[in-house]
Design a protein around this ligand. Structure first.
Ligand code: NAD
Ligand code: ZN
Length: 241
């Protein structure tokens, strides 16, 4: 338990909130050891994520894209949620009106016990048939290259929103409506540069929400947040409960 008065005030506010929305990004999983795209450890065979996570790359060379995803899934398979993921699962359990919006695809919120997760960018543990569009869970590590659909033999692809693709509009609408109706928006470990995450904070503010941020560094959000805490997500988020 901390004596920092700002932390204590944020904790009191969260304890009395009627409706809470949380937005997480790659930073919350950094404490579990998940490589970020932008860090050098995110590079694979010297190819940039931006050149692999696209529909064009998959059309050109599905095997190469699947090899990259297989590598990422293999790394993730042994990684565990940290204290920040766990604290958010606890928050969900005590809060009637709660939404967790994440840009992460690593599935760590689910592993920590979160149930109502809005995955803006999809889930690396799901696959989708390019022909019949059926989405299924798949935790095979390593994965058979190239995986095929059980129902129609079509090629499977990762159920991920790639660069240049539209977000699932249902997930996006639910996220916007969550931030419009929340008393508190808690933002953890996101640079806030990528759409639509970038517009969720102004939407929450415009609707009168209190905004709290946890990040290792200052971000475009920091100056506008009511509470801005700098440090590791795994150390700070548990203090807010
Ligand atoms: P980002 O890389 O743009 O920003 C990460 C943010 O986390 C930075 O602001 C950084 O200061 C902060 N951060 C780093 N370590 C932290 C820590 N220990 N505690 C608190 N904050 C910390 O990430 P983004 O905003 O999520 O956008 C990147 C995109 O890449 C997303 O769309 C996401 O889908 C994808 N991505 C996902 C994963 C994942 O699923 N874990 C990993 C890499 C990238
Ligand atoms: Zn199919």
């Amino acid at each position: 338990m901390t004596t920092d008065p700002k932390i204590k005030e944020a904790r009191d506010r969260l304890a009395h909130a009627r409706s809470v929305a949380v937005l997480t990004g790659a930073g919350i999983s950094a404490d579990s050891g998940v490589p970020t795209f932008r860090g050098t450890d995110g590079l694979w065979r010297n190819v940039r994520a931006e050149d692999l996570a696209t529909p064009e790359a998959f059309e050109r060379d599905p095997r190469l894209v699947w090899e990259w995803y297989d590598w990422r899934r293999t790394l993730l398979a042994s990684i565990k949620p940290n204290a920040a993921h766990e604290a958010l699962a606890t928050l969900e359990a005590r809060q009637d009106r709660f939404h967790l919006i994440t840009q992460n695809v690593d599935g760590l919120h689910h592993l920590a016990g979160s149930r109502r997760v809005l995955e803006l960018h999809g889930d690396i543990w799901k696959v989708r048939c390019v022909r019949c569009r059926r989405v299924t869970d798949n935790r095979d590590v390593p994965l058979a290259l190239l995986p095929q659909c059980d129902s129609c033999d079509g090629l499977l692809r990762p159920h991920i929103v790639w660069f240049g693709e539209a977000l699932d509009h249902k997930v996006l609408e639910a996220s916007v409506s969550a931030v419009e109706s929340c008393d508190i928006l808690l933002i953890v470990g996101t640079s806030g540069l990528v759409y639509p995450a970038a517009m969720l904070m102004p939407t929450a503010k415009a609707n009168g929400a209190v905004v709290m941020e946890v990040n290792l560094d200052a971000t475009p959000y920091s100056a506008h947040a009511d509470f801005s805490f700098q440090g590791c997500a795994k150390d700070i988020v548990p203090l807010l409960l």
